[in-house]
Design a protein around this ligand. Structure first.
Ligand code: ADP
Ligand code: MG
Length: 394
């Protein structure tokens, strides 16, 4: 799903209050009863709230859900996006929203700018979204999952990524500068470069290879393993600072501690991804590569620092469990659409055939945005508009 900023220009303060009330209500209610929304919003005059609700539903920021016991609304991804961007806007980290530069299975990447015109990257985490295909194949999918879990999971992913990026940035690792986060979104510096995947030749592959391997080892020495270290998540700088500073590493939600039970396997997988890329794309093979038992020696504990900074062990566990469950269920569900190309390092690199037809995300809503919970059928989907090229948020 793409970010839609159209509604941001015309929603009133009262609309925003009602949207916030729906978000607050969804902490304890999968479907927030209309009466609760009215109560939390605290607006005088029921009719006013009713108007706000219909405005918000029309803008797809909330969706009506018919339940056996009561009628209510749930926040949509659009509504959640809106709340996050509004928070950034209030904190002056985002002033305008520009082009989408990447869309993956689990994130959307959008260029934004602050008031001073500094361009940054907004990464919107979208975990737990399901495709039409997986729903067709697994009718119990909706029944088994709490509708609020996508919000929770996506928020955890953003929180985790921000915490890791901050720890790495502060310790001098070549990662984007983490700027702000809210809910399922993070703002980071825009890296002037391109994913390593686009490299078809390099004047000194051995130097690049060595500094990438050094990164993996240094990260492990600091107590962390990236777990998705591959040519999609290494950005080659347009203007390298030096031989050792020609790339920036992105995409941290899968990062694990060196103490993880599978640490050795993940470490090897990261190393192998780089070796494979260099062999296939750059024709460079080296017998010199890091080995976990020999090279991963802890000298610092960023894994512990990150826990201390608020991403607790419990959150790590919950997140890992939820991610593996969600991946098991939805693995075959969506393939990455190509804007900022996507990947799976374990898979063969060959061009994929592309999924015909059913790529669209399941939104579980019919034309009026109504979900019939008793029925649990897919009633239809709604297209999201292309985001405008540049929209002032304020
Ligand atoms: P995903 O989790 O969907 O893989 P990534 O964080 O890897 O998301 O971002 C997807 C793509 O977006 C990257 O491959 C890259 O092309 C682009 N991208 C992400 N972050 C930045 C950034 N800070 N600067 C420039 N491009 C970025
Ligand atoms: Mg990535």
């Amino acid at each position: 799903m793409k970010l839609n900023t159209a509604a941001m220009r015309y929603l009133s303060n009262d609309d925003f209050r009602v949207l916030t009330a729906t978000e607050m209500g969804s902490k304890n209610h999968e479907i927030v009863p209309t009466t609760l929304i009215v109560q939390i919003a605290g607006l005088r005059g029921g009719a006013g709230v009713g108007n706000c609700i219909s405005e918000l539903a029309k803008a797809n920021l909330i969706a009506r859900v018919k339940n056996a016991k009561y009628d209510g609304y749930r926040l949509t991804y659009g509504g959640y996006d809106y709340l996050a961007i509004k928070a950034f806007s209030n904190r002056r980290t985002v002033y305008s929203v520009g082009n989408q530069i990447g869309v993956g299975k689990e994130s959307d990447i959008v260029v934004v700018a602050n008031e001073k015109g500094r361009k940054c990257v907004l990464k919107i985490h979208r975990l737990g979204r399901i495709s039409f295909r997986s729903v067709k194949n697994n009718r119990d999918y909706l029944r088994n999952r709490q509708s609020a879990s996508w919000m929770y999971l996506s928020r955890l992913a953003a929180q985790k990524e921000f915490a890791f990026m901050k720890a790495l940035y502060e310790n001098g690792f070549p990662v984007p500068e983490p700027i702000d986060y809210s809910r399922h979104c993070i703002i980071m510096s825009l890296i002037p470069g391109f994913p390593m995947r686009q490299l078809s030749s390099h004047e000194d592959p051995s130097a690049l290879y060595s500094s990438l391997m050094s990164f993996i080892v240094r990260l492990a020495n600091h107590g962390l393993i990236h777990c998705d270290f591959n040519e999609f998540n290494v950005m080659i700088l347009d203007e390298p600072k030096s031989e050792d500073e020609q790339f920036v590493v992105i995409d941290f939600p899968q990062c694990v501690s060196l103490d993880h039970v599978d640490a050795e396997r993940y470490f090897k997988r990261d190393v192998d991804c780089i070796r494979r890329f260099f062999e296939k794309k750059l024709g460079y093979v080296s017998e010199d590569y890091p080995i976990f038992q020999r090279d991963a020696k802890r000298v610092a504990s960023l894994d512990i620092d990150v826990q201390a900074s608020g991403f607790s062990k419990k959150m790590v566990k919950e997140f890992e469990k939820a991610i593996s469950e969600s991946r098991e269920k939805g693995e075959d569900a969506t393939d990455h659409e190509e804007i900022g190309e996507e990947h799976n390092c374990d898979e063969e690199d060959e061009e994929e055939g592309g999924e015909e037809g059913d790529e669209e995300d399941y939104k579980g809503e019919n034309e009026e945005g109504i979900i019939d919970r008793d029925d649990d059928r897919r009633l239809g989907t709604r297209d999201y508009e292309e985001p405008p090229v540049t929209t002032a948020v304020q």
